[in-house]
Write a protein that binds this ligand. Structure first.
Ligand SMILES: C[S@@+](CC[C@H](N)C(=O)[O-])C[C@H]1O[C@@H](n2cnc3c(N)ncnc32)[C@H](O)[C@@H]1O
Length: 319
């Protein structure tokens, strides 16, 4: 009995601490955004070793006392480290470099922009029966009108169409790694019209619901989660029509959520699912069962799901 009472007391005390995470949950994102905008990770990288507050504030042209408070917060959150000789980078802050290879700085700046934050205020309205899409309610149009790997996956593939490839960055990296592959970056006309030229990559504008350019493999990263099952099936059928029956495949890079997944990244996948609810009309993250449903309804005979120890898995589907 006494043990039970103690546990309840501890839970009560913990609740009084935890609740603040929700009251000020946005602060982590806002301060990390501030660090990226000021270029703190980049300045530390350029400095090469521990940097004193005075060095950092003069390079970044910041008020030393304000920068000290920002750094105190970010050191506490383990974004940076502090040693007697000065501030240091961590693996986390390297992911915030403006031009780092694996940097998530651009994604963080996008997700923390006023355009992307506004729909979150309409999340509860979206959940109501007949609720209205949060992004459209906030902006009067959907996100697309607005639109501001494992190497073995590409074995024996001579051409790849990146469906919803955006500015073509993924294909550029793929073609640089595998110069024998011909890349077709396929996206809405107004998106490809501003994509940068790149040797080995042809930009094609169009609508993936109408048709997809022909290639050995169709690649879709972070595209299908924007759409509901019927829409996914329409897109996937167009992809199946675009690839050869004998050796073609569709490569999907997306999260696979599972109810009982203890993996540390499951929290990120579930957050992404909430992002889909706020930013798209009917998008969602899918379980392996839901992926199996949309793929078989699209006419694929079989598929595999590869866990690549990342937020996303690689799904390969065969005609
Ligand atoms: C979340 S982005 C993914 C971009 C890229 N694959 C990546 O991983 O960074 C989804 C892309 O789908 C494109 N898209 C939306 N509707 C489309 C359509 N009907 N036809 C072709 N592309 C479309 C958008 O313009 C956007 O570039």
């Amino acid at each position: 009995m006494e043990g039970e009472a103690n546990r309840e007391e501890e839970e009560e005390a913990q609740a009084h601490v935890d609740i603040w995470k929700y009251v000020f949950g946005f602060v982590d994102m806002a301060v990390v955004k501030c660090a990226i905008q000021l270029g703190i990770p980049d300045a530390l990288e350029a400095h090469g070793g521990p940097a004193k507050l005075s060095d950092l504030s003069s390079v970044l042209r910041c008020s030393p006392s304000a920068l000290h408070r920002v750094m105190r917060f970010l050191v506490h959150r383990k974004i940076f480290k502090e040693a007697p000789a000065g501030y240091l980078q961590t693996p986390l802050s390297r992911l915030l470099l403006k031009n780092g290879e694996k940097s998530l700085a651009a994604l963080l700046l996008l997700e923390s922009s006023p355009v992307m934050l506004a729909p979150w205020h309409g999340l509860s309205a979206r959940v109501l029966a007949n609720g209205s899409p949060a992004f459209e309610s906030a902006h009067g149009e959907d996100i697309w009108s607005r639109r501001v790997s494992g190497p073995e996956v590409f074995d024996r593939v001579e051409s790849v169409v990146d469906v919803g490839g955006g500015d073509g960055t993924a294909l550029r990296l793929l073609v640089e790694a595998f110069p024998s592959i011909r890349g077709i970056n396929f996206d809405l006309p107004h998106v490809v019209s501003v994509a940068l030229d790149c040797a080995g990559v042809e930009h094609v504008g169009g609508d993936m619901f109408a048709s997809v350019p022909k290639a050995d493999a169709a690649y879709l990263k972070w595209v299908l989660h924007d759409w509901d099952d019927d829409e996914c099936i329409q897109i996937l059928r167009k992809c199946r029509e675009a690839i050869p029956k004998d050796k073609g495949k569709v490569i999907i890079v997306e999260a696979v959520v599972e109810e009982d997944n203890k993996d540390k990244l499951e929290y990120v996948r579930l957050m992404l699912d909430m992002v889909m609810m706020a930013h798209t009309n009917k998008g969602k993250e899918r379980t392996s069962k839901e992926w199996a449903y949309v793929l078989s309804e699209s006419g694929f005979s079989r598929h595999t799901i590869k866990n690549i120890k990342a937020v996303q898995s690689v799904i390969e589907a065969y005609p």
